[in-house]
Design a protein around this ligand. Structure first.
Ligand SMILES: Nc1nc2c(ncn2[C@@H]2O[C@H](COP(=O)(O)OP(=O)(O)O)[C@@H](O)[C@H]2O)c(=O)[nH]1
Ligand SMILES: Nc1ncnc2c1ncn2[C@@H]1O[C@H](COP(=O)(O)OP(=O)(O)O)[C@@H](O)[C@H]1O
Length: 417
């Protein structure tokens, strides 16, 4: 049973804690010998919700390295520890798609980063309802036709696929649009964002920095679309080792001479850049064909035949291209502003303060089948409203019973025994 930790923003006098809790303006959650104080430490609204850790065994405060995108500051929040490795944050006064967040404190991802960085680490992950269809990673040497194949796929199946817009420090080509083909970035700011844990992967390719931000993949998944990543072999390898479960496809040219011909005919690179890309192509072709990294290798000889083969292996042959593969994103339930929460058997009961008697004031957030998490979103949140007074044998359930977690109910509000 989880304790109620609602709206601690007024401060909670708790003598069992080794510091003056009255002066703390955030929520307090204890995990082992660490006390996580979330919020209240920064007055800078652009900064997002901050986190401090009081280490009981060392008797001192730590400011952890915080990975991922922080949730924007809000008028208050509630916090519940789940599975001893993450803290569920429910924001007050926030929009439905921004109310549920997780602060990971001891998940495998956080443990790995702690070991690598040698510091305290926490990672934010936004909670969403929609599950994500499996992304597709497409790699291959420059000029092989990756972009051409991906464009054909997007054009034929606009509601099924979404492109992961990478960041790069290379200069835009004539017809490239910032935010559409790439996010064209300055090296120092991109390097900082990589250090801040905002990227799924990044690599130096042909002398420039390229990278896939977590957001680039997640916005596509949020829209219920299947994400397509056009990344180099190093990037594909990094993505394989992180949590992204994807299909990996390598595109080969029919011959090295044909690759050179296509690259020159495209006319987007200087001679020096063409030479560099051709040198790298040799290495990429070796790696792509031999490493066992890719699930499928396609030879792009005749464009139409290659495209049809690609469609076939994605299970799209015979499709008209109008329906999403895995449903579209689901909207979150709208929570009224004030609330308090309790936890029973991986179900979070959210009791909302509402002056309108007609409005639902008890919600259940089922966290039993969560998927993903940092460095991406936490998916599979299941939230539904229940009527605390419906179907009760004794003429209604007292709110305090619900909040104190003594009763578990199904989606219709019926008490489960
Ligand atoms: N690792 C990684 N590689 C990327 C990313 N975006 C693009 N690339 C790769 O960078 C290489 C160069 O891309 P680009 O400059 O657009 O040239 P092109 O391959 O000739 O079209 C290609 O192999 C891309 O697949 C990314 O986000 N991460
Ligand atoms: N099967 C093919 N046969 C002939 N030309 C092709 C074929 N596929 C792509 N091309 C052309 O080759 C050039 C490079 O293709 P592009 O999609 O830009 O490659 P990449 O994204 O892999 O660098 C483009 O001018 C494109 O029109």
């Amino acid at each position: 049973m989880g304790e109620i930790q609602a709206d601690f923003f007024e401060g909670v006098g708790d003598d069992s804690l080794p510091f003056d809790t009255q002066s703390i303006d955030g929520t307090i959650t204890t995990v082992g010998d660490k006390i996580y104080v979330i919020g209240g430490g920064s007055n800078d609204e652009t900064d997002g919700i901050d986190v401090r850790i009081f280490n009981k065994s060392k008797g001192k405060w730590d400011v952890p390295t915080t990975l991922g995108t922080k949730p924007a500051q809000c008028k208050g929040h509630s916090a519940v520890l789940l599975n001893n490795d993450r803290i569920l944050i429910l924001k007050k006064d926030s929009t439905p798609d921004d109310c549920t967040w997780f602060l990971e404190v001891d998940t495998p991802y956080v443990r790995e980063k702690k070991e690598k960085m040698g510091t305290e680490v926490v990672a934010w992950s936004k909670g969403v309802k929609a599950h994500a269809p499996k992304p597709i990673v497409i790699s291959g040497p420059s000029g092989v036709g990756k972009g051409t194949l991906i464009s054909k796929l997007m054009k034929e199946f606009p509601s099924t696929f979404g492109f992961s817009v990478s960041h790069t420090t290379r200069a835009p080509r004539e017809k490239e649009v910032d935010g559409v083909h790439y996010h064209f970035a300055e090296r120092t700011s991109m390097e900082k964002e990589i250090r801040d844990g905002k990227f799924l992967e990044s690599a130096s390719v042909h002398g420039n920095l390229y990278g896939t931000s977590i957001e680039a993949v997640e916005v596509v998944s949020d829209a219920g679309k299947r994400c397509v990543l056009d990344i180099d072999v190093q990037g594909a390898r990094s993505v394989r080792t992180c949590s992204l479960d994807a299909i990996y496809i390598f595109i080969c040219p029919p011959s090295f001479e044909e690759l050179e011909k296509r690259l020159r005919a495209r006319g987007t690179e200087t001679e020096e850049q063409v030479q560099k890309r051709l040198r790298n192509a040799k290495i990429e072709l070796e790696e792509g064909k031999s490493s066992g990294l890719f699930d499928h290798i396609l030879v792009n000889c005749d464009l139409e035949i290659c495209y049809q083969t690609l469609k076939k292996l994605l299970g799209l042959d015979g499709c008209t291209g109008t329906t999403p593969i895995d449903g579209s994103s689901v909207k979150n339930v709208e929570l009224p502003n004030g609330h308090s929460i309790s936890e029973v058997n991986q179900k979070i009961f959210i009791h909302c303060v509402t002056a309108d008697p007609g409005k639902k004031n008890l919600f259940v957030l089922d966290v039993s089948s969560l998927k993903g998490g940092a460095p991406g979103r936490t998916r599979g949140l299941n939230m539904y409203a229940i009527d605390p007074f419906a179907n009760c044998l004794n003429g209604g359930l007292k709110e305090t019973n619900c909040l104190n977690g003594g009763l578990e109910r199904d989606a219709n509000g019926i008490i489960l025994t």
